[in-house]
Design a protein around this ligand. Structure first.
Ligand code: 4GX
Length: 244
């Protein structure tokens, strides 16, 4: 049935806001995604709902306490069953890619742990996390934006979430290449013309132009992608010719 996702965070409204709009919002309403957002503070036992503490050994900043995460995971296990994966969002994780999204999309129940401050007590990583994911080499202020990025990329791969399967098929990265340029009306705007071939009605020529521009862009901007791209014989030939 629906893909189950649980998110543990101290900013549940941030996650809910990000999940309310667009394709993911519709998929939740339609029952294709069963996402529950948990407020970490609900799993504290002290009067002030404290989730952080000073680091042992000293140093700057605060560290998230382990107990609320353990209590939250225990509640998820009871209410929602034992998850298949528990993902910690961290710059120290494995880089998130379209392959990673495909892998997670095939999992029935995923828990996402969002940290803040300097990080989370190491025992959470050791005992609860089954994997660690980074969305890129930059420093964010918490794991919430990474969790939203992961949910968004995974959700689009769940059958039915994106209305048109062909649209997912055509996506940049489904074939491991950058996308071709897109145009809509008007055919001329501010002196800038839509390429003639797109107005020609020659579907064979349009397809060829799109493949070549996608390939040319990938060569120019992301040549690293070509190593793993799914290229056919024509495209390999085009690539060879483009190098000379
Ligand atoms: N891709 N951050 C997490 C706090 C933290 C640190 C260590 C757990 C362990 C990031 C990224 C990212 C900043 C989110 C530090 N939580 N996460 N946060 N880039 O920069 O995933």
């Amino acid at each position: 049935m629906a893909v189950k996702v649980d998110v543990i965070t101290i900013f549940p409204r941030m996650i809910e806001a990000g999940l309310a709009e667009g394709v993911v919002g519709r998929a939740r309403t339609a029952g294709l995604l069963d996402i529950v957002v948990h407020n970490l503070r609900d799993f504290t036992t002290d009067k002030h709902h404290v989730v952080d503490d000073v680091p042992f050994g000293g140093g700057p900043g605060m560290v998230m306490k382990p107990e609320p995460f353990f209590a939250a995971l225990a509640a998820i296990r009871e209410q929602r069953g034992t998850p298949d994966a528990v993902v910690l969002l961290t710059p120290a994780g494995e880089r998130f890619t379209q392959d990673g999204a495909r892998r997670l999309a095939a999992i029935d129940h995923v828990v996402l742990l969002c940290g803040r401050y300097e990080g989370i007590d190491e025992r959470v990583r050791e005992a609860l996390a089954t994997e660690e994911i980074s969305i890129g080499d930059y420093v964010l202020s918490g794991g919430e934006v990474p969790a939203l990025a992961v949910i968004d990329a995974v959700a689009r791969l769940v059958p039915g979430v994106v209305g048109d399967d062909q649209s997912v098929e055509a996506d940049s990265f489904t074939r491991g290449l950058l996308d071709y340029p897109h145009y809509t009306r008007p055919a001329e705007f501010d002196g800038r013309k839509v390429p003639d071939v797109l107005l020609s009605g020659h579907h064979g020529e349009i397809k060829k132009w799109r493949r070549e521009t996608a390939l040319a862009r990938t060569v120019a901007r992301r040549p690293d992608l070509l190593a793993d791209a799914a290229l056919d014989a024509d495209e390999r030939e085009w690539l060879k010719r483009s190098k000379s």
